[in-house]
Design a binder for this molecule. Structure first.
Ligand SMILES: [Zn+2]
Length: 370
């Protein structure tokens, strides 16, 4: 953070989301992170200082692994991964190094293990409006092979809390925890896990509260809404646009559905990828889909109730007449009348100022109405 912004209040970090009752009247200028206590205004510096204080504090209570390193877990892992490396079986087997975290996991019957400091840190970030979380990456180091019979112990610390960062998802803080895995006194490996706790970029400060206005409203077609209505509810999630698929979304913005075509062998592909699965060729151009397709498969979403959607609604895997398949909402027919083989036609829906998505309208219904 530049010093120029040091005194900016973090109101702009979406701190309009009191997480409990009774905190509306919190005193301006205080920062708190216990239950029922709310910050109102804090400077970035004050928050950063509080966050930094968690570096080095425990993220999990040190404890032994639930099971010793064992051949059965190694075998299941290798089968699931399709890893036939001979080093992982036989009398002198070692565990695949990437199993490192598996030996620390507590399973479905979790042991209480998270340390207070980590919960406090996440609570503080929630209070600052950074209520969303996404795992960003993990990083492992392998210092000693693990072999059947080894009994591991592990502990976890909050290694770092970043400065405030603005990403495409929103503004927030990267929190890195480091787990050290030991066998006796030897460090066998480390596992770093990083999350971003952030305020979603789509919500303008003061505009809406993430936890309210979630009542479903009649909108079986997921149609665009008039402005007044839309302000009352969260917007739909944005597509994740990256270098590989940017051309697809650029096409959608111009209401063209583009299919990638390998220029070496002519194979069409979707989703967009950097290379051809058929011949490995890296070069491609596009063809525009004619917009006809059939439902190849589908699901009807009833639960969970995502804020921007009104369940139940049908999501289809559509087989385009060009042969590739893609996923999209199926409209124009009640959700329980969607069937495999149903003919559909492409439409583009403008969901809000920025978001256009390809959707699929049942053709029979369309023709019946016409
Ligand atoms: Zn090819």
């Amino acid at each position: 953070m530049g010093t120029g912004s040091a005194l900016a209040v973090y109101q702009k970090c979406q701190c309009d989301a009191p997480r409990g009752d009774g905190d509306e009247g919190a005193t301006v200028g205080t920062v708190g992170y216990g239950p029922g206590v709310s910050h109102e205004v804090a400077t970035d510096d004050e928050l950063d200082t509080r966050l930094k204080a968690y570096e080095g504090r425990p993220a999990a209570v040190a404890r032994p692994g639930k099971d010793p390193v064992n051949a059965a877990m190694i075998r299941h892992w290798c089968e699931a991964m399709g890893d036939t490396n001979p080093a992982y079986s036989g009398p002198d087997a070692m565990a695949p190094p990437t199993m490192l975290q598996a030996w620390t996991m507590s399973g479905l019957t979790a042991q209480p293990g998270r340390a207070h400091a980590y919960d406090e840190l996440l609570g503080l970030l929630d209070e600052a409006g950074c209520t969303s979380v996404v795992a960003t990456d993990c990083e492992q180091e392998y210092l000693r092979p693990l072999r059947p019979g080894d009994e591991i112990t592990f502990d976890s610390v909050i290694e770092s809390v970043s400065e405030r960062k603005t990403t495409k998802l929103g503004t927030g803080y990267f929190v890195t925890t480091r787990t050290d895995i030991h066998v006796g006194p030897d460090l066998a490996g480390t596992h770093r896990f990083r999350i971003l706790k952030y305020t979603p970029a789509r919500r303008e400060a003061g505009q809406q509260r993430p936890d309210s206005d979630r009542q479903p409203q009649p909108d079986s077609d997921q149609q665009p809404r008039p402005d007044g209505d839309r302000k009352q509810r969260p917007t739909r999630p944005r597509p994740v646009v990256n270098r590989d698929n940017a051309g697809f979304w650029e096409g959608v913005r111009h209401r063209r559905l583009l299919i990638q075509r390998c220029t070496a062998c002519g194979t069409l592909r979707h989703p967009w990828l950097p290379g051809c699965n058929a011949c490995g060729g890296p070069d491609w151009d596009t063809v525009e889909a004619c917009g006809e397709g059939t439902v190849y498969s589908y699901v009807v979403m009833h639960h969970p109730p995502f804020p921007a959607f009104d369940p139940p609604y049908a999501v289809g895997l559509i087989e385009l007449s060009e042969g590739v398949r893609m996923i999209g909402n199926v409209l124009g027919v009640p959700y329980d009348k969607v069937r495999i083989g149903l003919p559909v036609r492409l439409e583009f829906h403008q969901y809000d100022e920025e978001l256009v998505l390809p959707v699929w309208r049942a053709r029979d219904a369309e023709e019946a109405v016409a």
